[in-house]
Design a protein around this ligand. Sequence first.
Ligand SMILES: [Zn+2]
Length: 499
Amino acid sequence: MTDEGGDGSYEPVIGLEIHVQLRTKEKLFCPDHTGFGDAPNTNVCPVCLGLPGALPILNRDAVELAVRASLAFDCTVHQHSVWARKNYFYPDLPKGYQISQFEEPLATGGTFRVEADDVSGLDESVDIRIRRIHMEEDAGKSIHDRFESATAVDLNRTGTPLIEMVTEPDFRSPGQVRAWLTAVKQVLEYLEVSDCNMEEGSLRVDANVSLRPVGSEPLGTKTELKNMNSFSGVERALTVEIARQQDVIATGGQVAHQTLLWDERRGDVRPMRSKEESHDYRYFPDPDLPPLKVSEDLIEAVRARLPELPSARRARFREEYGLPSYDAGVLTARRPLADYYEDTARTSGEPKEASNWIMGPVLAAMNARNLEADDFPVRPAHLAELIDLVEKGTINRNVAKDVLGRMLEAATGEGAESPAVKTPADIVREEGLATVSDAGQLEAWIDDALSAHPEEVARFREGEARLKGFFMGEVMKRSRGKADPGEVARLLTERLGKA
Ligand SMILES: [Zn+2]
């Protein structure tokens, strides 16, 4: 596909539907627990089982989270919206309908802009309009692979509160979609409206895509893609489907309107059985539920409590701490990490050093242990102290990395009894790790190193200058890394002269 207009080339037009599980303790219309991984069919009651006569009672916490998300994505929150029944039959939907919102949703007309610097994978910023955000309850789960000849149903998830965000078809490439979703997920996590765990199904993305001649307005026939369980899966599925539609058009065919399932293993899309896509939901307002009222006061109170969002925080990190865009992007990707950085930067008074430490060894250690910043045993106060010890010259940088490793070992290693971490100063004192700049001691190590390598000394004196590095290494080895490197370099030059 080229970007020239009017010559028969096509551009993709992509829109998204994003289901986000709200982080409430209880379900949307009953007090059952919403946890993931409980024994099947233990978190159920007459309301979510759809037993006759059981009446739904709205969970106001869920409404507040939905309002929070709507405001963060710049939507207009409506004070009056309507619960509707979406009628269909499926074994994991015992009521025979799902409570959703249809004609009058909670919120409409938002936008969410992502700057090229904000996340990787964007060449230029994208502005995506959000058509609507509505609330609904989740269905249960059909388990097809557990028993040989039967499908099992787990209704624990039935009635879990969700929001569905629907975008306008504003995306023009699969890469844009992936980058934008990454930024959306960051916002949802900052807002603490959802844990956004895609493996557990708390964030699900469906995409629709069509092709049209470049430069033309009307939309082509779209297909809907489902069953992607990661953002990279969404990107790959769209890439595959766009290529498929191009082939259809190139060979004179017509794209059929259908729903396609992404097969991650085969890297391919296949049509859903047509039975499953003949939808006629016969929506109508739920007679058991009054319209959803959200007062102006509530909207304003939620707005006032919105946290600083990732893009604002990135901008502030650049300005307040003088960080490059790249550092600001990495450090704000998750709210606990941004808090961790900010604590360290403020306590140490060394924002750039704090960034170097966290983006380097600290993040590597977090990733290796699969820990979030708020569960990481080395706290910002410890890290700030470590940075301070290096700045004051008490220890050198390599020893400091070693001290970080020891703090971690003490807290997470085999036989670690308590999560209490020794302070860097304790470790340096107990293990005698402080930098040695005492000339007598340094001379002794240098004597030892030089007398062990008379040949190299001779070669150095003949002019092989690069051997200076070798001697440095030998001396550092003898000091177990503690020798003051500047002092060693000076004494070596004194002793050997210049090569
Ligand atoms: Zn229930």
